[in-house]
Design a protein around this ligand. Structure first.
Ligand code: SF4
Length: 153
């Protein structure tokens, strides 16, 4: 898996103060996508075990308390990302006490395959669906367009 950006402190992508990882790889081709540089699974840099360790460390850092981890992109449920993202969310749930996981994906919850669903079982909040330019609404919290749905599991 490749990633495009990692923010150890982020207050824009989900509730509370968070660590946020933008992965590479997206097949959805949404018109008006603000993140086209992440579409190729080869964009950005390789996601390493060292970065996974750093994310766990940042989540557990008591100096600046984090509410949890946000996974966005790109698409964390892109086939090229599923194995690595599953490993990461499992680590967060076992190594970080009381941290939530938010995820943005262009796939619809109803359309996920078995492997993608394994990830969602460990996710606390999912915002699903493509960005639809015609339904874009800047007043929406956490969503770019009104077709997207926020699931609080
Ligand atoms: S799902 Fe997100 S990253 Fe992918 S094309 Fe749509 S807006 Fe862009």
């Amino acid at each position: 898996m490749n990633y495009s950006k990692y923010y150890p402190i982020d207050v824009l992508n989900g509730e509370g103060t968070r660590c946020t990882l933008f992965v590479s790889g997206c097949i959805h081709n949404c018109k008006g996508c603000y993140n086209q540089s992440t579409w190729s699974p080869d964009a950005g840099e390789l996601f390493t075990e060292q970065l996974a360790d750093q994310i766990i460390k940042d989540l557990n850092d008591q100096r600046i308390k984090k509410q949890g981890l946000t996974l966005s992109g790109g698409d964390p449920l892109h086939p090229a990302n599923v194995a690595e993202v599953l490993k990461l969310v499992k680590r967060v749930k076992t190594e970080c006490v009381a941290k939530d996981i938010w995820m943005w994906s262009g796939y619809l919850l109803a359309d996920l395959n078995v492997k993608q669903k394994q990830i969602i079982e460990l996710v606390d909040v999912l915002i699903d669906g493509k960005f639809e330019k015609d339904l874009a609404d800047p007043s929406l919290a956490w969503r770019g367009s009104s077709n997207q749905v926020i699931y609080y599991f």
